[in-house]
Write a protein that binds this ligand. Structure first.
Ligand SMILES: C/C=C/C(=O)SCCNC(=O)CCNC(=O)[C@H](O)C(C)(C)COP(=O)(O)OP(=O)(O)OC[C@H]1O[C@@H](n2cnc3c(N)ncnc32)[C@H](O)[C@@H]1OP(=O)(O)O
Length: 653
């Protein structure tokens, strides 16, 4: 019988170094009893102290609502391996990245751990299959690649070895979700798994471009950061991770290394750790690129190769487009997933670029992946064609969304979740466009109410995505449609706010009809600090919703106010304890989905429109709506139910 998540009571983490103690901390934060074991008492003590320090910091910053002492109470430490795993259900091994060492550990584990115990290896580069071979239970061995630092990074790659059973991989996946991290499946044990496979060309192609002299290091970094929105340039990133690391990986994989990389490694200019790399950190100030330096750089060269790797993973059934995009956004901070980006660029453009490069350099790395070629030949070239890596509303009207999650329940509740937790659910063009598409395409008759919430407990939304601001021309900014589509949706809407509700996020909440927030949520319009004003209806809704001085205080000062204050001011319906949040929201939802749909629609319409009219015009609207409602079956039902002393059942007729 395979292990189920509910049977996992005790976890053992092997290793107390930076990964080991970080994983121990997130497992304990997830509510599990966990033993952290390393080979020496001193290492274990250091790891434990690091956890203590980290929990204290998280608590001070309000990032956790658990008592650090309670979390520490779930952690025990050990040096003796046998007793550390004698009664454990899940072992997460985070030993140094040496295959022989790991295999020795697994041979011991095989002897000491109970038969039902699942072994999860935290590795970023070693083959899970070979690690598993050291045990007699390869079906119970899985890879779980946590990113550094585990407390901050949301992503975990869940990797199948050749022998891993579906049950084991599913258990690992559910466990990762249960400790509040985001898992993605890596269904085959390929070198680099998903994230490093796709990230490889980011640095590699940049290095070829610099080596060939088609662009400078500074120009490439500037272009990738300031034009394409990556959090760091490829050279800046290599300097941070160590130029030798990328070099070793490429050599091990038998890949040709760009001359500029060879030269840096030969001269031992390996990046920050040696004081010099592509930039000078010893005598200079580190990176030296300016926003305008990237003019004219062929960024498509780099992105085409990234997309080519994503296509390879899909063709080989290693990962889905969604898993790849999630992995790259959460694991490396890519501004959007490469599959989604490729669909916007056009797969035909990508293939053409690769073919041109292949013709020019005859190098294997430019050969377009057969999956991409097939897609292009089938006319599935991306968003404009209706299908590419994702589906954009083919003939059956369905469409994949990448920045929102939604579910339409049988009771008519449409739940929409803003799904960009690593960016505090900031509103980017995709998120706004997808929300508008969903609200425009959903069958309104099937919907009785809509809720909006943010993924995670840090933010409802921290506003418009600031990373997309630079270089945007005024005529390209079109946010009104998003907020007005929400405002005008003909069903009641509720914003469920847990965390930061700022800028455009605040404007989204204000465009909803009702707002319920947790007590530790914070509200504000920080736009003024960016030299802006709210641009999604914030100034206008605030001045209508609040007394003038309060509205102007929010907009002019850009300061944040607590949920309690927001409630006092009348910005939100209530501020509730986190423990009661879901229950109270449910009470609101129950009233909305069970209420009379036509009356609720009319009430929303006359109140929204009437607010901008004079009293006489408002009263006229109200009286017309009232007259119409008197003719509905719902009104008959309401009256009958009242007289029969029962709950009405409204059908929207
Ligand atoms: C028409 C509408 C216009 C607008 O809405 S303009 C935007 C108005 N909003 C803001 O100015 C808020 C910006 N964000 C913040 O001030 C802070 O964040 C918070 C106070 C919300 C939280 O601060 P902390 O707890 O220190 O977290 P963190 O490290 O700053 O954020 C975590 C990650 O989220 C990214 N992020 C946060 N807000 C945005 C945003 N609005 N656009 C794009 N990214 C955002 C960060 O950069 C970072 O990312 P990484 O972990 O990669 O460093």
């Amino acid at each position: 019988m395979s292990l189920e998540l509910e049977d996992v009571d005790h976890v053992t983490v092997l290793g107390a170094g930076s990964m080991g103690h970080g994983i121990t901390e997130v497992v304990a934060l997830g509510g599990y009893d966990v033993t952290m074991r390393d080979i020496e008492e001193e290492i274990v003590e250091d790891g434990y102290q690091d956890i203590e320090w980290s929990l204290e910091k998280l608590s001070e910053k309000g990032r956790i609502d658990q008592d650090p002492e309670a979390v520490l109470g779930r952690i025990s430490t050990a040096v003796d391996l046998e007793s550390a795993v004698a009664d454990t259900d899940l072992v997460i091994e985070a030993a140094p990245e040496k295959l022989d060492l790991k295999r020795d550990i697994y041979a011991d584990l095989e002897e000491f751990a109970p038969d039902h115990t699942v072994f999860a290896s935290n590795t970023s580069s070693l083959p899970i299959t070979q690690i598993a071979e050291a045990t007699d239970r390869p079906e119970q061995v899985v890879g779980t690649h946590y990113f550094n630092p585990p407390v901050k990074m949301d992503l975990v790659e869940v990797i199948y070895g050749e022998g891993t059973s579906d049950e084991t991989a599913e258990l690992a996946y559910e466990f990762v979700e249960d400790i509040d991290k985001t898992p993605i499946y890596v269904r085959k044990d390929v070198r680099g798994f998903v994230v490093n496979t796709v990230l490889g060309p980011f640095g590699d192609e940049a290095a070829w471009m610099a080596s060939e002299g088609v662009a400078t290091v500074e120009a490439i970094d500037a272009a990738m950061v300031h034009q394409r929105g990556y959090p760091m340039g490829p050279f800046e990133l290599s300097d941070m991770t160590g130029i030798d690391i990328g070099y070793d990986v490429a050599k091990e994989a038998g890949r040709e290394v760009a001359p500029i990389v060879e030269e840096k490694v030969e001269n031992e200019h390996l990046g920050r750790k040696t004081g010099k790399g592509y930039y000078d950190y010893e005598d200079g100030d580190g990176t030296t690129y300016e926003p305008g330096d990237g003019e004219g750089v062929d960024t498509l060269r780099i992105e085409a190769r990234i997309v080519n790797r994503a296509a390879y993973l899909i063709r080989e059934d290693v990962a889905t487009p969604d898993a790849i995009d999630t992995g790259m956004r959460l694991g490396t901070g890519f501004p959007e997933g490469p599959c989604r980006r490729a669909d916007k660029i056009g797969l035909d453009t990508i293939v053409e670029k690769l073919r041109d490069l292949h013709e020019e350099y005859s190098a294997e790395r430019y050969e377009p992946d057969p999956w991409l070629v097939e897609k292009v030949e089938a006319g599935e070239t991306g968003e404009d064609a209706g299908s590419g890596f994702y589906d954009y509303g083919g003939e059956d009207g369905t469409r994949d969304y990448t920045t929102i999650d939604h579910e339409l329940h049988d009771n008519g509740l449409l739940e929409i979740e803003l799904d960009r937790p690593s960016r505090m659910n900031a509103l980017n063009d995709d998120l706004m466009e997808e929300t508008v598409h969903l609200l425009d395409s959903v069958d309104v008759d099937e919907v009785r109410a809509v809720t909006f919430e943010g993924n995670g407990d840090r933010a409802f939304s921290a506003g418009a995505d600031i990373t997309g601001f630079s270089g945007v021309a005024p005529h390209e900014v079109e946010v009104t449609e998003f907020f007005e589509t929400v405002n005008d949706f003909p069903r009641p809407t509720l914003a469920k706010i847990d965390g930061f509700c700022l800028g455009g996020g605040h404007e989204l909440a204000m465009a909803c009809d009702l707002r319920v927030a947790t007590e530790d949520s914070e509200f504000g319009f920080p736009e003024i600090n960016l030299g802006l004003i709210p641009g999604g209806g914030g100034t206008q809704r605030a001045i209508r919703m609040l007394p003038e001085a309060r509205a102007k205080e929010l907009v002019f000062r850009g300061n944040r106010i607590s949920a309690e204050r927001a409630h006092k001011w009348g910005l939100i319906n209530c501020a509730v304890d986190s423990e009661e949040f879901e229950e109270i929201c449910q009470e609101f939802v129950d009233d909305l989905v069970n209420g009379p749909p036509i009356a609720l629609r009319k009430a929303k319409q006359v109140m929204n429109r009437g607010a901008d009219e004079n009293m006489a015009a408002g009263l006229e609207m109200e009286s017309q709506a009232f007259g119409l409602l008197l003719t509905t079956d719902d009104m008959e039902e309401g009256a009958m139910a009242f007289m029969g002393d029962r709950e009405p059942e409204f059908e929207g007729k």
